[in-house]
Design a protein around this ligand. Sequence first.
Ligand code: NAP
Length: 362
Amino acid sequence: MEKKYKVGIIGATGMVGQRFICLLANHPWFDITVLAASPRSAGKKYTEAVGAKWCMEEEIPESVKNMVVMNATDDVEIIAELVDFVFCAVDMKKDEIKALEERYAKAECPVVSNNSAHRHTPDVPMVLPELNPEHTEIIASQRKRLGTKRGFIAVKPNCSLQGYVPALFPVDKAGYKVKDVLVCTYQAISGAGKTFDTWPEMVDNVIPFISGEEEKSEKEPLKIWGKVDGDVIKDSDRPNFTAQCLRVPVSNGHMGAVFVRFENKPSVEEMKKIWKEYKGAPQKLNLPSAPKQFLNYFEEDNMPQTKLNRNLENGMAISIGRLREDTQYDYKFVCLSHNTLRGAAGGAVLLAELLCAEGYMD
Ligand code: NAP
């Protein structure tokens, strides 16, 4: 890539925003040009605005420390002039996020979003780059609806599904049709934008409810399995997903326990071979954030483990283990993904790289 793209981070002071800053500080294609957040942070230097909320292992990068945070809602048109596109991860009401992202798109500023607000807008692609990159085709229809030349919105799916959907989709595409999936997720507290300091109730505790998470975990896979049909992406009517999502006392990393039934059952060896050999568009295009090995199967009985494996390939690879026959379903297995890397900021950066490689950001 000869040119470097100028990018803005909307929600730069939040948990996901901080991850974006760390991932983009030395990115080969992207330069952080704008940081924006709520009116509480606007006008302050980044270090002052983020203050004690900074919770990454690494220090705040020198290049952003003194950047003055802009107002994400009042400065839309100014920000759109300064950057080639924005990443968006804000904690606001859903209809406010929907409207804000459309304002950026209509100001001819593409938006790569972490928020759930537009995930079911039928002409907004929801892309997990290794699985459904062809859904970006729908951007032409979305631009027509918005009346834009450059501006559009693309989203990444929810963090909860980023272990079991990557594990099951390639097996389905290899011809072993997935019929029913039961999944229980064990989700880290960073998924709620929290740490043990800011959420002490989570120490030595499990909370068996995450608002809206089970619905997202069951419904979003159907859009990923869906097809571009005219001016919309039509959701698939299969597989059937049922999910229970629990918050567990873990800082980062979502684990999933999966039970699956197929229409035509593969063997254990066939499933492991599909996982080992699977390469998606990011691997074929050699995108900067793509893991070399997307799906990693561990043979040891006690693997993968959250603490040991969540950072595999910079937190962008998926870990799978314990594949075995089940008494009620065909198989059961476990899977692990890093929720703020693969499941949030890292997944969005990979999606932006795909969109750049396909020419959508020019
Ligand atoms: P967070 O830590 O609470 O950060 C929220 C960000 O939104 C902050 O930068 C905040 O700015 C900004 N904000 C709040 N109100 C605003 C307003 N009225 N106008 C403009 N900016 C405003 O939240 P998070 O965990 O990063 O999550 C952000 C989004 O990503 C959410 O939609 C969440 O569902 C999604 N997401 C999170 C994860 C995860 O693992 N954490 C995973 C996938 C998706 P101030 O600091 O100025 O208040």
